[in-house]
Design a protein around this ligand. Structure first.
Ligand code: HEM
Length: 468
């Protein structure tokens, strides 16, 4: 009786869901078994099962919860541009344990934080970051020197220190050395715990979670990171009048009394920027370096471009446009290994996603990883690493919304330009000095989620000084 009543109340939802492609799964549980059989911590390709034969849009029932997976540029565009799709679903934000912070915040909090923090990502402010990007990348080049001629090593550890130092200095005026720092492994450990909570469905039962070892470990991990954040805030207060770029960076906005943020909001936002800024740049740059090490022809073209346009010293913002091939390399790496592999949204009111009416409370998953590799839009060589596909004449032929590594619409990545400038500067400095090799074969590598997309085999390369 209860079940019939439940179905009757939701009849509109079921009627709309019927029109969405895909099977209905089993009675009561839907596709719950499909979900449970997927562990993206092993191999993200496992989640291809959710696309149901590569459909552009497919429905998945997890019990009574309707998910719709998007794998087409037109539908992705409709979703990301709609004001009905601005909300981050609870199942994604809950494992963070922090309540505030742009990636997970919703409603008025998100609007207020986005407005004040957008200021720190305007071009004239980014310009002030150029000396920091240059200094940090030059230090990285020095740090790699002892590795010249050494056996293959995981360059991810070095890149993590580079991007953490850049994030801490460029967002919070916290200029410290992070090479060999314990905080990097603390963040890694926190990510592993967070993924565990996201993936293992039984942790959705709050009662169970609160009594688990996982909860205790997560609390301990957050306490460690919060202590570091308290230190960042204290250092800011102490040095407030000495900061060279005072008034412009993320922390300046957060600490400005006119913006009226509580201590908890400030702390949580710093946490989110560490995850969103440091971690994404770190895995992206590591993946790019591995791709370049594997593709010697690409590396040669990069050498040519660097030698033609760069003589040494700091790279200015006005010079960045000269490195067109390097930009294509970054874009191609982000196509195959989009650091944020999917964008989740909770639908807050019924809306039209092209030909489909999407019911309120549906959870949409825009699966960038699969859309970026979809042969319908990228051609038969979609799985190949070929930066030339981003040549202006070639990319014109590709659907404009088939590529969205920074998402789109009102929640587009706030740091997208920051990230692109930083990556370009890093690559110019690195390839002015070094040549990379690896014994890894492109065909053998796989991607995992943790929660950013990472290469499962890690980033093993060897480094030689370039012969000029
Ligand atoms: C290659 C590097 C990066 C990639 C691929 C990337 C990608 C993305 C994507 C896809 C989103 C949308 C997520 C969603 O809506 O669910 C996002 C959001 C965000 N990103 Fe990035 N990001 C990168 C670097 C950065 C950097 C360097 C920063 C800061 C310095 C940053 C800060 C943020 C923030 C704060 C948000 C949340 C925006 C909001 O919801 O209003 N990201 N990023």
């Amino acid at each position: 009786m209860f079940y019939i009543n439940f179905r009757w109340k939701r009849r509109k939802l079921y009627a709309l869901a019927k029109k969405i492609p895909g099977t209905d799964g089993l009675p009561l549980i839907g596709h719950a078994f499909t979900f449970m059989g997927i562990d993206v911590r092993n191999n993200i390709n496992d989640s291809g099962k959710l696309l149901q034969n590569n459909l552009p849009v497919s429905k998945i029932w997890a019990g009574s919860l309707l998910f719709i997976v998007v794998n087409s540029p037109d539908h992705s565009q409709a979703m990301l541009q709609s004001t009905a799709c601005l909300k981050i679903p609870f199942i994604i934000s809950r494992p963070f344990l922090h309540r505030y912070g742009l990636i997970i915040a919703n409603g008025a909090v998100w609007q207020h934080h986005r407005k004040i923090l957008s200021h720190s990502f305007k071009i004239n402010i980014l310009q002030q970051l150029m000396p920091i990007f240059n200094q940090k990348c030059m230090k990285f080049v020095e740090k790699l020197q002892p590795k010249i001629g050494a056996p293959e090593f995981d360059i991810g550890h070095y890149v993590a220190a580079l991007t953490l130092e850049t994030t801490m200095t460029g967002n919070f005026h916290y200029d410290h050395c992070f090479y060999g720092s314990k905080i990097i492994s603390d963040i890694d450990h926190g990510k592993t715990l967070m993924m565990k909570r996201m993936i293992e469905p039984w942790w959705n039962f709050e009662w169970l979670f609160q009594r688990s070892k996982l909860y205790k470990d997560m609390k301990a991990s957050i306490t460690l990171l919060d202590a570091k954040i308290d230190e960042i805030i204290e250092a800011y207060k102490t040095n407030m009048n000495n900061n060279e770029h005072r008034g412009t960076f993320v922390i300046d906005q957060l600490m400005d009394p006119a913006n009226n943020l509580t201590y908890e909001e400030i702390r949580d936002e710093i946490f989110i920027f560490i995850i969103a800024g440091y971690e994404t740049s770190s895995v992206t740059l590591s993946a790019i370096l591995l791709m370049i090490a594997m593709h010697k022809d690409v590396q040669r073209k990069m050498f040519e471009e660097v030698d033609e346009n760069y003589d040494g010293g700091h790279i200015e913002m006005e010079d960045l446009h000269k490195f067109k091939y390097i930009e294509m390399v970054i874009k191609e790496a982000l196509r195959l290994f989009p650091t944020v592999p999917f964008v989740p949204r909770k639908v807050t009111q019924e809306f039209q996603m092209r030909e489909y009416t999407i019911p309120k409370d549906t959870i949409l998953i825009d699966f960038l990883y699969f859309m970026h590799r979809n042969k319908t839009y990228w051609g038969e060589d979609a799985d190949k690493f070929r930066p030339e596909r981003f040549e202006p004449e070639e990319i014109k032929k590709i659907h404009p919304h088939a590529y969205a590594p920074f998402a789109a619409g009102k929640r587009v990545c706030i740091g997208n330009k920051y990230a692109m400038y930083f990556l370009k500067i890093a690559l110019v400095h690195i390839f002015k000095h070094y040549e990379f090799s690896t014994t890894y074969k492109y065909e053998e590598i796989t991607a995992t989620m943790s929660p950013s997309l990472e290469i499962a085999q890690k980033y093993h390369v060897s480094v030689e000084r370039r012969k000029s």
